[in-house]
Design a protein. Sequence first.
Length: 236
Amino acid sequence: MRLDKFICESTGITRSQAGKVIRQGLVTLNGDKVKQAALQVTADDVVCLDDQQVNIIGKRYIMLHKPAGYVCSTDDPDHPTVFTLMDEPIIERLHTVGRLDLDTTGLVLITDDGQWSHRISSPKYHVAKTYRAWTADPIPASAVQQFADGIMLRNEKNITLPATLEIIGECEALLTIQEGRYHQVKRMFAAIGNKVAQLHREKIGGVQLPDDLAEGEYRQLTEQEIKLLNKDAKPS
């Protein structure tokens, strides 16, 4: 890889900016100051910019515990985005894998791997997502079978895929769905005459939001978690 491209991939600056800092003598290669942007860099070389070693940023796979009041977009004129909670280099390359509503909390996956993101979020792969829902009114036992049979949502042509509802308390339940229609969980409860008062996503595929990851915090996915998600993302 050319030195100027290496600097770009490591820092996020443009090719012209990389060429400029190289010409200014701010870059060293294996301890030697260099001013040739076309120099070839290998994996064994040590590149420093302003005396700080820089490295290629590989693909990133992140879990974040989303608080209420944040949006899952890169920019919003009215609300803070989840990316304001993060301290990551070249953060503009990152995107959320699907979205949670403004008032919904819980597990959000973030990556810069577009193909992986598509597999996890695309309806045809049916990666399960589990939500804890608190409702305004008691949840009837009959809702378990209704959700398993599929719900016809307002303004939709097809019923939802079979969903698993586990009633935890009078107004609390775990709901696992295999698709991600617009406001789906809220609309499913609305279709049976109830209203979601609070919603929290606990799990995506085989990956659970850990108890020790506080609201607003994030961490890299482990290799095992990535493998679990890749295993879950199988086309129907």
